[in-house]
Design a protein around this ligand. Structure first.
Ligand SMILES: Cc1cc2nc3c(=O)[nH]c(=O)nc-3n(C[C@H](O)[C@H](O)[C@H](O)COP(=O)(O)OP(=O)(O)OC[C@H]3O[C@@H](n4cnc5c(N)ncnc54)[C@H](O)[C@@H]3O)c2cc1C
Length: 451
């Protein structure tokens, strides 16, 4: 029996088993993988349907009780964690996957469905879902839309926003906006799904999403390309982008990061002595495209050496060293994590400048850079300075913005990057965003500490 009147009201509309009030059970909804963001939810609501989400939001709006929409809690920027004792609205039970619509190659799923489950559903029909990244077993479709997730295949299929063919969401007024017809040609006014993509739980709670699926590509080949410099990697990517229509991913690693993964995790990399830079590229298409893939790589003058994998096992081997960079960094301590985009022409200069900057501000710190070169997206990790010290973040993000980059390539702004949003957005843009937010969430209860 709960004493909190708002929790009691939520139990009244949902039923008691769907509202968690026990503080020790609530606590697990206040954590995330890095340990940097923590919070104790006032209570946790677990609606099973869109109507139940609407009921929760009506109760919260009437009581001006702030709500954090929460999916898999893998966002890493504090967006899905109730830092100020908010009520958590977990989408875990919005987990229905409808059959794939083969006429349109689309599937409609609940917001709480994981990325891995969407991928499996697509695969069963010989299709493919265009987004993929390491948190696939935990992150949810609602969270992916709310953060406009990216990952490794953006260069071919776009970000999460590009996968959305229709959306359903509930506003803080309790109204449901539902547009799930899936028409690709549908110019009937504002693209509300596009606005919800990247909204980080501040405009509405996404309840269902209609997703585009892509033709299944039965044959995947990977190649680890040894390069002398990041400039050589950028040049190689520019060439492959135009010569290889089946290019599916282009990931970048530096020798220090590869050594860290091999030393700390005992993984063996593709080259005995890691070259200064490794570009890991994937190609997906019909079986016969292997010759074209090999020819396109051979035509790149900066490539010193290459290891090609044509089997699932071989590809997993090449990818392991890339996929486990984050894990290896965390073994060293809690990192400052920056997830930024640079224009291709600025990447080489940025890499040099940021390493010098870290050496100056945090002598002795460990810097590990890797990322999705296909989109100019670098994951910069610095272990050493206290994780809450904003000095380093301020200097790094100003460097990024000064070179025409984005301070937030993935994950959103959350709470982590809030002080620096104005580096990328003008006063007029921020004012427009505030007006949109007030119009969609007049009660001001949706994720108030975020974005
Ligand atoms: C190992 C690892 C690798 C990762 N790799 C990538 C990567 O390559 N690319 C990338 O983009 N991200 C990556 N991420 C970050 C993360 O997985 C994504 O941001 C993901 O989209 C978050 O989904 P989630 O369900 O965990 O959302 P949560 O963390 O629960 O929430 C994230 C934000 O979305 C909001 N939200 C959640 N659900 C809803 C909903 N139904 N309606 C409205 N708002 C909602 C929350 O309020 C919060 O602001 C990675 C994370 C990890 C741990």
């Amino acid at each position: 029996v709960t004493e909190d009147p708002t929790a009691a009201a939520l139990a009244g509309v949902l039923g008691r088993p769907q509202v968690i009030t026990d503080p020790s059970l609530c606590a697990s909804y206040g954590t995330e993988p890095t340990g940097r963001w923590r919070g104790q939810p006032r209570c946790v609501a677990l609606p099973r349907t869109t109507d139940e989400v609407a009921a929760v939001l009506r109760v919260c709006a009437a009581r001006r009780a702030p709500v954090v929409a929460q999916g898999g809690r893998t966002g890493l920027v504090g967006g899905g964690v109730p830092g100020n004792g908010e009520i958590v609205l977990s989408t875990a039970r919005l987990s229905r996957i409808e059959p794939v619509n083969l006429d349109t190659a689309q599937v409609t799923v609940g917001a709480g469905v994981t990325l891995a489950a969407v991928q499996s559903q697509a695969q069963r029909e010989g299709l493919l879902f265009g987004v993929d990244f390491g948190a696939r077993d935990a992150c949810t479709v609602g969270g992916m839309v709310a953060t406009n997730a990216g990952g490794t295949r953006v260069l071919r299929w776009g970000t999460m926003r590009d996968q959305v063919a229709g959306i359903e969401a509930v506003l803080s007024t309790g109204e449901t906006i539902s547009h799930l017809t899936g028409h690709i040609k549908d110019n009937t006014g504002y693209h509300l799904a596009g606005l919800l993509a990247g909204s980080e739980g501040t405009l509405g709670v996404i309840t269902r999403v209609r997703l585009k699926l892509r033709p299944g590509n039965p044959h995947h080949y990977s190649a680890a390309l040894a390069l002398g410099s990041i400039g050589g990697a950028v040049d190689t990517l520019t060439r492959l982008r135009t010569s290889l229509p089946t290019l599916d991913a282009a990931e970048i690693m530096w020798s220090d990061g590869i050594r860290l993964v091999t030393d700390v995790l005992g993984v063996s990399g593709p080259f005995r002595d890691p070259p200064p830079v490794v570009l890991l590229v994937d190609s997906a298409g019909p079986a016969e495209h292997l010759d074209g893939f090999a020819a396109a790589v051979a035509a790149c003058p900066s490539v010193r050496d290459s290891v090609v994998a044509t089997t699932a096992q071989g590809r997993a081997y090449l990818w392991e060293v890339r996929d486990r960079h984050g894990e290896a960094v965390h073994r060293l301590g809690t990192p400052h994590k920056f997830d930024v985009t640079l224009p291709p022409g600025a990447i080489e200069d940025f890499e040099r400048a940021v390493r010098l900057l870290v050496d100056r501000l945090a002598p002795g710190a460990t810097t590990v850079i890797f990322g999705h070169l296909g989109d100019g997206n670098l994951h910069l990790n610095v272990v050493g300075p206290p994780p809450d010290d904003p000095t380093l973040a301020d200097a790094v993000l100003r460097l990024v913005a000064g070179r025409g980059g984005s301070i937030s390539a993935e994950h959103g702004i959350g709470r982590a990057k809030l002080p620096w949003l104005e580096l990328n957005r003008s006063v007029a843009e921020l004012a427009a965003m505030r007006r949109v937010r007030r119009a969609w969430d007049p009660a001001g209860i949706l994720n108030p500490a975020v974005l």
